[in-house]
Design a protein around this ligand. Sequence first.
Ligand SMILES: [Zn+2]
Length: 254
Amino acid sequence: MRIRANNPSPMTLTGTNTYVINSADDTSSVLIDPGPELAEHRDNFLAEIGDRRLTAIVLTHQHADHSEMLGSVEQWAPDVPVYAVLEKFSRLTPPVADGDRIAFGTDTTDVLEVVVTPGHTMDSISLIHDHVLYSGDTVLGEGTTIVTHPEGSLRDYLESLDRLLRLLDEGRYSSIEPAHGPSIESPAQVLEYYRSHRLERIEQVRAALAQGAASATDVCDIVYHDVDPSVRGAAEQIVRAQLNYLGALTPEDE
Ligand SMILES: [Zn+2]
């Protein structure tokens, strides 16, 4: 069940998607990405959980539009463990790692499998349950994901896309529920597009450098000349990630 927070913006699209998944016997739930600290959003996901026991909270990555609500977790879920890669968000359980299985009910199918997918940020994870991939910001329902700098890494991001394509080929999941935007019913097409889009941008950055661009701002002016001013900051961030990937990041741009 998807509950969308009312925090729309150029970066969060229509808002952050929080997911509630219920156990096979319908008595317990797991919450993925509590989202921004908005009382109405909290009321909405708690209403969705209803009388079921909330047994686990999982964070896909550090960004505030996913994690901020954890700041008040003592008030709304004082005894519930929080599973996250970063120690500062983990609670009542050790930080998660690749291959971990997060049980949230008594049935053998009541499990979220952790797939680490670093790139958007280094602590980004995806989760597989019942042939659905919950991708956080690694794959979005519309447009493409930004690779942040310095929290992210383009090299890791490209490897994560390859890994998600392999898991898809192996039949481990067949659709994607992203943290922003609608469901993705044709993951192969979207993942291939993400990959080719990133590689194309890298070539454009290489070309801009060859033309004499000497800073992230110069490269951004050339490669992202047509972006809306509201996402210029994000474009500059991904240019820094691209320059870092190409070994061309100047100390001033770090
Ligand atoms: Zn994010």
